[in-house]
Design a binder for this molecule. Sequence first.
Ligand code: PRP
Length: 207
Amino acid sequence: MPLSKPRLAKDLNRRIPPSHRSDLAGVLIPEVELQKRIATMGRAIARDYAGRDVLVVSLLSGTVLFLADLLRRLPFPLRVDFLGVSSYGAGTESGNLVFNKELKLDVRGAHVLVVDDILDTGKTLRAVTDRIAALRPASIRTCVLLDKKERRVGTFEADYVGFRIPNLFVVGYGLDFAERYRNLPFVGVLKPEVYAPGPVQPKRGSA
Ligand code: PRP
């Protein structure tokens, strides 16, 4: 299957909305670029899956915005289900995986397309695809908006990739830090002092 061509978003010096200037270092992927790329991904997926029994499995919670926009670009009959999975770990690192919502729909014989917001170490998608494979689907493929390839542990590649991005702490368009920022309509970069505040400095002149 031909892959969507990944694209590197590299210009961080884009205008930050005044409401988020204190937290964001920049806008990595503006709304208009997200929508253009998702339209292209939708066309590739539609080409590959037309005429099949497709079950889109979305991983909660980070995919919500991406999923909503991608689904509108898939003009063929399909079903949608949600799998709840979170990684709990120290700070910004991927930790242990916890499945907190199971699939409702029957997977057996379906062509499953797993949609996630970001592929980082690959731990989540590897565990999810193993779990779904045990349910005997006809096929499983994966679709991610963002791919931080340099963070991968072992080998895992998504079948459809929106943007290959550098190892920056990204938020917005579904992605969170401490459950905040998911509602931003663009992908932004968080300032390090927001997610890794340093030790409190004594005030100048204090004892
Ligand atoms: C994030 C993200 C991916 C996963 C990627 O989920 O949504 O599912 O991490 O990381 P990995 O490739 O290293 O496994 P998170 O656990 O933060 O949950 P969320 O979607 O609710 O934010």
